[in-house]
Design a protein around this ligand. Structure first.
Ligand SMILES: Nc1ncnc2c1ncn2[C@@H]1O[C@H](COP(=O)(O)OP(=O)(O)OP(=O)(O)O)[C@@H](O)[C@H]1O
Ligand SMILES: [Mg+2]
Length: 255
């Protein structure tokens, strides 16, 4: 469904060119929970931005349903790490409705209905009329997820969406995301630098090498859930991934 084909991405500043990823290829299938895992600076966020259509590849091509990705579109919605991605002057419901209205996907009444539907799915029906500053970090992330899902994108893109949460909330959000996926079966491209989170959230994991990011390996992780945490097989796979990340640049992969 989503094909990242031999994609190299660069940042150009007047002084120099920074290569963020080098000839990365992977295919995301419908209803995959595909994880990009790699050390800080390996180009995960850059790849996600390229899939979202914000950065054109200098080499290779990104295709969604066979069509080349050339610009942002409502078929690819990003949920970021930051809690402040919600305009504070809009209520929770208005926040979820906004992209639906702005993209003219739905009229006001239908947008409100769909917003409430997805707010219910993330357990926030009761908070539809409050403003974001009245919510915890985890709740704000739920609103951002509801807002993204309400657009019913072909691919939901998440860039370390739980990284700024405390450990317990993070665990709960991972659990909820999996439950939500069970219900809605969306296609997910998820970025993290946590091996554990990758194993729990993903069914497939692309392992990227340190800067510039190259494909190191693809790992099948569909067998693991939150219940597998601490189990022997889980630990073994986590260790194997850890070793692969460490093979080259010992210091950097520790981050
Ligand atoms: N706007 C920019 N201008 C120049 N270089 C950049 C820019 N943004 C990122 N880079 C460089 O591109 C590389 C990849 O950055 P990117 O943010 O994609 O990494 P990442 O894998 O998401 O890391 P992290 O886990 O820390 O979020 C890094 O070396 C970074 O320094
Ligand atoms: Mg990043």
């Amino acid at each position: 469904m989503l094909q990242v084909d031999n994609v190299s991405l660069e940042y150009r500043t007047p002084e120099r060119v920074v290569r963020a990823t080098h000839r990365v290829s992977f295919d995301v299938h419908a209803a995959d929970r595909f994880v990009l895992l790699g050390p800080s600076g390996c180009g995960k966020s850059t790849l996600l931005k390229a899939v979202a259509g914000f950065i054109p590849p200098v080499e290779g091509e990104i295709r969604l349903d066979g069509r080349r990705v050339a610009q942002p579109g409502p078929d690819r919605i990003v949920v970021f790490q930051e809690f402040d991605q919600l305009p504070p002057w809009k209520t929770v419901k208005q926040n979820v409705m906004f992209p639906l209205l702005a993209s003219r996907t739905l009229g006001r009444k239908e947008a409100a209905e769909r917003a409430l539907h997805y707010l219910d799915k993330v357990g926030l029906s009761k908070f539809a009329d409050v403003h974001p500053h009245q919510l915890s970090g985890g709740m704000k992330q739920r609103v951002a997820i509801a807002r993204a899902l309400a657009m019913q994108p072909r691919v939901l893109l998440m860039d370390e969406p739980f990284a700024a949460l405390d450990a317990l909330t993070r665990r709960r959000m991972q659990q909820e995301l999996l439950e939500l996926w069970d219900e809605v079966r969306f296609t997910l491209l998820f970025v993290t630098h946590s091996i554990e989170e990758a194993l729990v959230v993903g069914n497939r994991i692309a392992l990227l090498s340190p800067h510039p990011g190259r494909m190191r390996a693809e790992i099948n992780s569909h067998a693991f859930t939150l219940d597998s945490l601490g189990g022997a097989e889980f630990q073994g796979t986590a260790q194997r991934i850890h070793d692969m990340l460490f093979e080259e640049e010992t210091g950097e992969a520790a981050a």
